[in-house]
Design a protein around this ligand. Sequence first.
Ligand code: G6P
Length: 615
Amino acid sequence: MCGIVGYIGYRDAYPIVLKGLQRLEYRGYDSAGIALFDDKELKLCKTKGKVADLKEKLENEIDTSGTLGIGHTRWATHGVPNDVNSHPHVSNSGNLVIIHNGIIENYESLKKELIKRGYKFHSDTDTEVLVNLIEDVIKKEDVKLGKAVQIALNQTIGAYAIAVFDKAKPNEIVVARLGSPLAIGVGEDEYFIASDASPFIEFTNNAIYLEDGEMAVVRRNKGVKVRKIKDDSLVDPYIQELQLNLEQIEKNNFDHFMLKEIYEQPSAIRDTYRGRLLAEEGIIRMAGIDDNLERFLNARRIVIVACGTSWHAGLVAEYVFEDLARIPVEVEYASEFRYRNPIINSDDIVLAISQSGETADTMAAIKLAKEKGAFVFGVCNVVGSSISRETNAGAYTHAGPEIGVASTKAFTTQITVLTLIALKLAKAKGSISNTDYHMHLQELETIPQKIEVALKQNDHIKEVALKYKDARNCLYLGRGFNFPVALEGALKLKEISYIHAEGYPAAEMKHGPIALIDEEMPVVVIATRKGHYEKVVSNIQEIKSRQGKIIGIVTEGDTSVRDLADHVIEVPDTIEALTPLITTIPLQLLSYHIAVLLGKDVDQPRNLAKSVTVE
Ligand code: G6P
C-alpha cells in the first residue's frame, strides 16, 4: 500500500519522481504528492486523486526545479483521501518533509504527547505525527536528522518505509524500513529511493534493498550509510544487480497492463518451468524442494497460507497435492491463521503463496508459523521480496512484473510451480504411476501452447461480455480442480467491474444460490469434459429449468453443454489436474471485457491496491 519515491543527485528531481510515482501507482492511487527542494525553497504540491491529477495541479502551481525530491502515491489508512491527508507531510517548523508507507499503530498516544508539548496537527494521519516526533527529538536532544529518525522510530510501534529530509540540510535523505519495502538505487553521484526498483530502472542497475529494521542516510556525492535502527550497528550494504528491464514494466501495444499480462501467460509459464521441467528425461529440478525433500516427504501435512488470488492458487494446490502426492493439505486465509491460535507443529510445512512477497497478513502468518516451529516454504513472484527472505526455502514463479491490480499471470504461474512441486513429491513418494507421471510432465509442457489457443477466443468472449455487461449479479460454478477457478473468476469480475459475483462448487448451488437464479442471472459454469462432467451437466440443467443464462466453459468439440447453454467458450482439452491453467483464461478475458465496456479503470480499480502491506 502506498508507493514512495525519492531522488537526490544532479538532475532535475521532478520528472524522475513523477515517472516513479506513475510506475508505483499500482500500490495505491487515492491521492498523491511531491515535494521538491532547489537549495532555497521547498515546493510542495498534493492532491486527492491520481498521479495524473497531481501532474496537472503541480505544473500549474509550482516551479518544478530542484535536484532533491520525494513523492508519494497513497492508499488511505488514517484519514480520508483528501489534499491535506496526502503526503508529503511537513513538520511544524516547516523544515522536515516526510513520505511514509505503512502504519504507526501508537500514533494516538504519541500525538497526545506532542500536542501537550505545543505541536499542532493539520491532517488526520499517523505520518504527520511521525515527522513532528522526529522534529521534537532534534530539538530535545540536539542531534542530526539520521540520529533523530532512529530515536523516533524506536518509540513507534507499527510498519513503515519512510524517506525524510531537512530543508536546512538538503544534501541528504534519511530512509528506514520495517515491514514495508524500500530500495535504494545507486548511481554515479546520484541516488534513487523507491518502494520497488521500477522508478529507477533506466538510470541504474544497482540497488540496495534495505532489510527490515534498517535505516540509511543517503548523501549526495557521499554514498549510503546503513545501520540497524535498534542498536545503531553499521551494516555493510549488499549492492544487488537488477534483472528488470524497461519493456517488462511498460504497456507496449496493449490498452491495459491487465490485458498485456493475460496475453503474457504462455511465456510466463514457460519462464516458470524453464530449467525445472525436463519432460523428456522425466525430471523436475527445484533446489528448494531437493534440499528439503526428506522434510516434505515426512511432513504430517502442508498448511497453505495466502490472501486473495494467491489463496485461490492455494486451493488449486490442495486438490493437486492431495490427488497426486497424497499429502494432506489445509488452505487458510493468512489473515485468519495469524489470529486464531492455529495448531502447528514442527512436522508441519507451512507453504506461503504471495505474488508481491509483501502482503502483511501473509508475512505475519509466516512469522507465527516459524515461532511454532514449522518449516516455511515460500512461493513468491517478486525476487528479494520480504516474504522470499523470511521463509526457510522457496521457489520463485518468474512471472515477471505484474502491474495490473487484478492478478492474472501470477495466478497461473503459481499454479504451475505448485503443480511441479506436487508432481516432484508424488514421484518421490511413489504415489503416482510412472506412466501418469510422464504424462503429466509432457502435458504440462504443452500448456503454454494450449493457452495460446484459448486466447484466440478473445473476440467471441468480447461478444459475450457485451451481452452481460449490465448484469447486477453473476454466479460462477465449478467442481473439483475447477471450483477454485470459479472463485477466482468471480473475484476478477468483482475487482474490476464492481459487479457482485459469487463463486460456488456447482453441487452446492442447490443449498442456497439456486434461489437467486432467474432470467436476469448469468451463470458461468466450468464444464470441461473431465472429472465430474456429467454431474456438472445436470447442474446446468437445473439452472436452465429456472431460466438462468448459462455461459459454459467447455472442452473443444463439446456438444452436450452447447445444446443447453446460451453461450459456450471452448478451451483445449488437457489432463484434469491441469485444467485450471486453461479454464482460468476465458474468465480473465470475460471480466476484462466487461470492465472495459463499463468504462471502469481496469488496471487501478477503486479501493484496491496491488500490494497490501497493512493488515
Ligand atoms: C491484493 C491484490 C490481489 C492479491 C492479494 C494478495 O488484494 O489486489 O490481486 O491477490 O493482494 O497479494 P499477494 O501479493 O500476497 O499475492
